[in-house]
Write a protein that binds this ligand. Structure first.
Ligand SMILES: C[S@@+](CC[C@H](N)C(=O)[O-])C[C@H]1O[C@@H](n2cnc3c(N)ncnc32)[C@H](O)[C@@H]1O
Length: 365
């Protein structure tokens, strides 16, 4: 494996900020929801890093602690933080940074120097032995493609109310895909050897899509995760660096994560590039591609009569779009068009186009 020449701290890149933004946005929602349903919660940052970047910018553990510190909600459960870092020097740095937060009420910080595989195994064994777990969010953010294994993800997701956010190091994996002695790593990261056939594909776009889809399907089918959503991070050359994969068994968790992703990418909700001219985005008000969503709705529902809830579920689960994207921008226009493209059935006689409360039935003409 190619060793990176970082000592303890390294430069913060734009796409890393975007990754932290997604994490923080989601944690703002996760913390109060989980603290309402449980008196103990666990946040694992399994590849925690040194806690800060070269110019003093916060690393992911600090982002999490700052989110707790500045949260408006009353977080009155015990928040257990487990920060794991393998490199002793980075771990030492992390410890000194996180110790600044030791006086946060209800927060228990544990930093461990070691390999996350071993440490997470101990945590999960403890859950198993007590036949009891707690809502857990595991951020798995490695440098390289050798971890986390699919088996580890599966074991985490076996417990109720556990979620994962995984950095799938596509660029690294793609670069080393043909190196034979690395094969064992990919087999355990993917939980299958099917990737070997994919890496024979010469078209890099197709290869990328298929590796992405294989990983996503393995998370769903092997790790048994109900909902999986990905977010693509591109570097300054606009090529894919990694994908963040979010896995949850909670429909509302999925909605909250998509909200976080759309905050970072207001155009499509699934990608960020260091290459994009951010001034362009401020000149033009970013708008989702409603045309594309309408096409997906029509393709899926044409000729069918369906409850509004089913349409929302389709959008949230099967498309990158959000539940906020379809009523006014799409259904209202379809209802008002001449001739109408949908028919609306509702008990509410005062309803106006654009309003589709629960219980509304839509017929796609
Ligand atoms: C991408 S960096 C983490 C960055 C950090 N999550 C952030 O956003 O600020 C990955 C870190 O994982 C550490 N690491 C690598 N293998 C590990 C393992 N098996 N267990 C725990 N930490 C590991 C590396 O030393 C490195 O500091």
């Amino acid at each position: 494996m190619v060793a990176k020449k970082f000592d303890v701290l390294w430069k913060l890149e734009e796409h890393t900020k975007a990754k932290h933004d997604i994490l923080v946005q989601y944690m703002k929602a996760w913390l109060p929801i989980m603290s309402r349903i449980s008196n103990q919660i666990l946040y694992i940052d399994a590849f925690a890093g040194p806690g800060e970047y070269l110019n003093g910018e916060p690393g992911s553990p600090v982002h999490f602690l700052e989110t707790i510190k500045h949260h408006n909600a009353n977080l009155n459960c015990q928040i257990n933080c487990l920060f794991i870092e393998k490199d002793p020097k980075k771990h030492h740095h992390l410890q000194s940074i996180t110790s600044r937060y030791n006086d946060l009420p209800n927060v228990k910080i544990r930093t461990v120097c070691g390999s996350c595989g071993d440490i997470i195994t101990k945590v999960l064994k403890n859950f198993e032995n007590r036949n009891k777990s707690m809502p857990t969010f595991a951020f798995l953010d490695p440098f390289s493609y050798v971890e986390p294994t699919m088996d580890m993800v599966k074991r985490i997701m076996k417990f109720p109310k556990c979620e994962v956010l995984i950095n799938f190091m596509y660029e690294e994996a793609n670069r080393f895909l043909k190196v034979d002695h690395q094969a064992k790593y990919y087999d355990s990261v993917f939980g299958t050897s099917e990737w070997r056939n994919i890496c024979k594909i010469s078209d890099s776009k197709i290869r990328k899509q298929q590796l992405h889809d294989l990983y996503l399907n393995q998370l769903k089918n092997l790790a048994n995760i109900n909902y999986v959503r990905s977010f693509e991070m591109k570097n300054k050359k606009n090529t894919t660096k990694y994908y963040l994969f979010f896995g949850t068994n909670s429909y509302s968790g999925l909605k909250k994560m998509k909200e976080a992703m759309w905050k970072v990418d207001p155009l499509s909700g699934y990608t960020y590039s260091d290459y994009t001219d951010k001034n362009q985005l401020t000149l033009f008000k970013p708008e989702p591609d409603y045309y594309q969503l309408k096409r997906q709705l029509v393709d899926n529902f044409k000729g069918k009569t369906v409850p509004i809830e089913k349409i929302e579920n389709f959008i949230v689960v099967n498309t990158p779009f959000r539940e906020t994207h379809f009523k006014k921008p799409i259904l209202r226009e379809m209802e008002k068009s001449n001739p109408p493209e949908i028919q609306v059935f509702t008990k509410n006689k005062k309803r106006r186009p654009g309003q589709y409360p629960r219980g509304t039935i839509i017929k796609f003409i």
